[in-house]
Design a protein around this ligand. Structure first.
Ligand code: SAM
Ligand code: SF4
Length: 346
């Protein structure tokens, strides 16, 4: 379909159904509740990050109102992320508040992406708020490498967090960024580790978001290469399984588990994008890889009812772009967008 034919089909934004100019239904909101983090992963942040002043953050009540407005407009899946969402003070209040939309049936899924550092403390509370599945990011099973990647993290603490989540009855999916020369020779072990505990594992290509201390070309490991190498050890069968995200899954015959690939660089998945991303200051990004954004804080604060907010959301969805233009090579040294993943919410 060309852009013109897609545009001519654009339905008018209606309550309960957000449809972008390319006919894609927007039913998934990811919310970065803080840009702060207790780790400093090398591909995500520089070691000495400047974070937003706390006074610029939306309150938890405002985040609840914003998320609820999106649920009202047809969002079925809400993912709380960050930065590290579980380091935001009193974050369980937000989960508790949002759980009413699960109870009413308006929301199908409330979920979380976390580095796992606080899971020992919060796994039980998350389950009690109706969270069923969580994504935990873990890039290596080697303690020293884990320290080197996260700079500030502790692998044993994250593994204990994983165990606490499993004990609480949360279904865990593991996410790992594929990093050249760092975890590329551990990938088979990570598959076995995940599948032995009944967890899916998804690999992600490193994306050019925000300035980091190093050079991304040194980190970038195309998943097409990973997949080809895995065929020496494993039998991979493409399966139609989807979780509403960009991952494409295979089943690993030898382990019986699922393995996902998120390939923003080697295979662009924008045609099926159903999501928008909200920052902790109330900025809505319609695409992870583009700079265009809409301020929702002003309409949120301008009145107690949601009319202005709802109109601002419709207007923003009406300019959701077709996709990103990520490139990582030696000629394009600058990140595709200046903000870090921790701002927009990974
Ligand atoms: N702190 C939480 C965590 O690490 O899971 C949630 C936020 S983090 C930004 C979300 C995901 O984005 C993590 O899986 C992380 O590995 C991934 N990520 C961060 N920066 C990235 C980048 N430049 N390219 C690809 N993935 C990235
Ligand atoms: Fe923190 Fe997650 Fe970024 Fe790592 S990937 S620095 S844990 S926000």
């Amino acid at each position: 379909m060309t852009q013109d034919t897609l545009l001519s089909k654009t339905p008018v934004g209606t309550r309960g159904d957000m449809i972008d100019p390319f006919g894609r239904h927007v039913s998934y909101l990811r919310v970065s509740v803080t840009d702060r983090c207790d780790f400093r992963c090398v591909y995500c942040m520089s070691e000495h990050m400047t974070f937003l002043p706390k006074r610029d953050l939306l309150s938890l009540e405002e985040l609840d109102r914003l998320c609820s407005a999106f649920v009202d407009k047809g969002v079925k899946k809400l993912r709380i992320t960050g930065g590290e969402p579980l380091v935001r003070k009193n974050i369980m209040w937000l989960f508790q508040a949002l759980s009413r939309h699960l109870e009413s049936g308006a929301l199908e899924e409330l979920t979380l992406t976390t580095n796992g550092s606080q899971l020992k403390k919060y796994a039980g509370d998350l389950k009690a708020c109706g969270v069923k599945r969580i994504n935990v990011s873990i890039d290596t099973l080697d303690e020293d490498k884990f320290k080197a990647i996260t700079r500030w993290g502790s692998l044993p603490n994250v593994i204990e967090g994983l165990e606490a989540a499993e004990k609480a009855g949360l279904k865990v999916k593991l996410n790992a960024v594929a990093l050249k020369g760092v975890n590329e020779h551990e990938i088979e072990d990570m598959i076995r580790f995940a599948h032995e505990r009944g967890a899916d594992l998804t690999f992600i290509e490193t994306m050019p978001l925000g300035d980091i201390d190093g050079d991304r070309t040194d980190q970038y490991l195309p998943l097409s290469v990973v997949r080809a190498r895995l065929l020496d050890t494993f039998t991979l069968k493409d399966i139609p399984y989807r979780t509403g995200g960009p991952a494409r899954y295979v089943e690993v015959a030898e382990t019986g588990g699922r393995l996902g690939f998120i390939t923003p660089l080697t295979h662009n998945f924008c045609e099926s994008c159903n999501r928008v991303r909200l920052t902790c200051t109330g900025t809505l990004y319609m695409c992870l890889g583009q700079d265009d954004a809409a301020d929702l804080r002003a309409p949120l604060r301008a009145s107690d009812n949601n009319e202005l907010l709802s109109a601002a959301i419709d207007e923003a969805i009406g300019r959701k772009p077709l996709g990103h233009d990520f490139v990582i090579d030696r000629r394009s040294q600058k990140p595709a967008v200046g903000r870090h993943m921790s701002v927009t919410g990974g």
